[in-house]
Write a protein that binds this ligand. Structure first.
Ligand SMILES: Cc1cc2nc3c(=O)[nH]c(=O)nc-3n(C[C@H](O)[C@H](O)[C@H](O)COP(=O)(O)OP(=O)(O)OC[C@H]3O[C@@H](n4cnc5c(N)ncnc54)[C@H](O)[C@@H]3O)c2cc1C
Length: 504
């Protein structure tokens, strides 16, 4: 019987191991840590599980959602998110997912930007999403913000807003994110805007990863936790084994489902000779996306159910109060992500926590004495792949040129493009499929689902129809700038909010 070793027990490793094992092969999964799930998991702190970072599940995650249906998880759906401004709480600016004309009208009337800037913002989204895929060479070589800034109608306020949104949503500065990645994500979201996004009804580990892990074990996979792989052994032009501290594990085929920062340290002369393109992983980049979990003694009244973004701020903070959704904890359990952790990198954990709390106190009515406990995950040792300009050709494909070596993981090439759970799952199905095809399997191959995209003809027609509104919005923006050149729309809305806060 063919023996397959899968290295890495994150989502990609779990899903590929399961798909391969279902075809009757012997599969061994090696995971370095004491739990499965990788970045999409949670660790015990005292008696409670604290997530690596909060995770959202948009509607355009067909492969992840298929797994959730299988393990009988019903997601909690949201159609909006909110911005907070410093000192303005409980006033907030609510943005609705653009799933209907009513939602778009709401955003035009009540958004963070005045209506005319919002029209220009939406027009750029349409412009980006309606770019042809034949333009891929250009789109993968310019940043999203680069493409935006060369559009004649884009104002400073629109560019700033876009930069902030992108950083908070993906931890990728907009000047680094490839326009191609942004186009793909924009297309998926535009086609399936409702529900805008969803969350699990419990923590990632107990609600998602452990039930998935059970199906992996039920499929016959031998899961070995606490097993760190240190390299690959190449013999006679094939990968023959993986090396661990205690043993050399021999197999017929191998799936690497570890982060690229780990996999690239295993490229020695013999592996490079099998597939020189694997060396391009040295050109990929990753950044830590930090999380902070703050439990308060009492429920903080006025916090919405959905995600909240701090507008402005130094660390790209956003959060969701998970207490009402999960635990019934009598206080609030605020799960924060800091998308911009770079300024805090050299600090001690205590120093970084104090800096993040300092910003949180500026936006929320919380003080030190209200806090029950705080857990910081800097995630510096487990950074997230970032889709920089030009990264695509350097990302490995599921099937490598080494005959029996396959790669899975959020950084491996797949149609989702972004480093996220759906990308990890899609890439793992591609790796399992390639391995099984090479083993001569014809029936029952894994079929990764693709999220649908809007019709390009429809998008172009919409853009043409919107042209008069764009001209009117652009003219209004220019007049507004001429009247008060030093006040950007953002600082104007900022002041508006501060005024409301002052009335409290
Ligand atoms: C803070 C944060 C928030 C996020 N939010 C979202 C979100 O909202 N929505 C979303 O879709 N995605 C989100 N993501 C991204 C998502 O979590 C990842 O893209 C996905 O989980 C990656 O899965 P993976 O299997 O490719 O990699 P990983 O999860 O990194 O798994 C790799 C596994 O390999 C193991 N390993 C490493 N080295 C070795 C070794 N030498 N030997 C054996 N095993 C090894 C690791 O322990 C790990 O279990 C977020 C990520 C972070 C960090």
């Amino acid at each position: 019987m063919q023996h397959v070793v899968v290295v890495g027990g994150g989502l990609a490793g779990l899903v590929s191991a399961r798909a391969i094992s279902k075809t009757g092969r012997r599969v061994t999964l090696l995971e370095k840590s004491a739990r499965i799930g990788g970045k999409a998991g949670a660790d015990l702190h005292g008696e409670r599980l604290v997530e690596h970072g909060y995770h959202v599940f948009p509607t355009w995650y067909p492969n992840v959602r298929r797994i959730l249906r299988e393990i009988d998880v019903t997601l909690v759906d949201f159609d909006r998110y909110h911005y907070l401004l410093p000192g303005a709480f409980p006033e907030k600016v609510t943005v609705r997912g653009p799933s209907s004309l009513g939602a778009v009208a709401h955003n035009l009337m009540h958004g963070l930007l005045p209506w005319y800037q919002t029209v220009l913002f939406y027009n750029f989204t349409l412009d980006l999403v309606s770019q042809g895929l034949s333009n891929k060479r250009l789109l993968d070589r310019v940043s999203e913000i680069g493409l935006m800034r060369q559009a004649w109608y884009v104002t400073e306020a629109v560019a700033e807003m876009n930069q902030e949104n992108l950083l908070k949503a993906s931890a990728i500065p907009a000047y680094e994110m490839s326009a191609m990645t942004a186009k793909r994500i924009g297309s998926y979201w535009m086609k399936q805007a409702s529900p805008f996004l969803s969350v699990l009804p419990g923590d990632l580990q107990s609600t998602f990863i452990e039930p998935l892990g059970k199906t992996v074990k039920d499929a016959g996979v031998d899961v070995r936790l606490g097993t760190t792989v240190s390299g690959l052994d190449v013999v006679d032009g094939r990968v023959a084994a993986v090396k661990t501290a205690g043993e050399r594990i021999v197999a017929d085929a191998f799936v690497l489902a570890v982060p690229f920062e780990v996999a690239r340290t295993w490229i020695d002369d013999s592996l490079f000779a099998l597939d020189p393109s694997l060396g391009n992983m040295n050109l990929l980049e990753a950044q830590p996306m930090c999380s902070l979990h703050v439990r308060t003694n009492k429920r903080v009244a006025g916090i919405p159910r959905e995600h909240v973004f701090f507008h402005g701020g130094a660390f790209g903070l956003s959060f969701i109060d998970v207490a009402p959704l999960w635990s019934g904890w009598e206080g609030s359990e605020l799960s924060f992500i800091a998308s911009n952790f770079a300024p805090l990198r050299g600090l001690s954990e205590e120093g970084a926590t104090r800096a993040l709390l300092g910003e949180i106190f500026d936006y929320l009515p919380i003080k030190d004495q209200d806090i029950r406990d705080v857990v910081l995950n800097t995630n510096v040792k487990t950074p997230l792949f970032i889709n920089t300009i030009g990264a695509w050709p350097n990302r490995p494909t599921a099937r490598t040129r080494a005959k029996n070596l396959y790669v899975a993981g959020d950084f491996a090439r797949n149609r989702i493009d972004l480093a996220c759970m759906e990308g990890a799952v899609q890439s793992s199905l591609l790796a399992a499929r390639a391995l099984l095809e090479d083993a001569g399997v014809k029936d029952g191959l894994p079929e990764p689902l693709q999220p649908p995209v809007p019709s390009r003809a429809l998008l172009l027609a919409l853009r043409a129809g919107l042209a008069p509104a764009v001209l009117a919005a652009y003219a209004t923006a220019r007049v507004a700038e001429a009247i008060s050149p030093k006040v950007s729309p953002r600082s104007a809305s900022h002041r508006r909010q501060r005024g409301k806060a002052g009335a409290r």
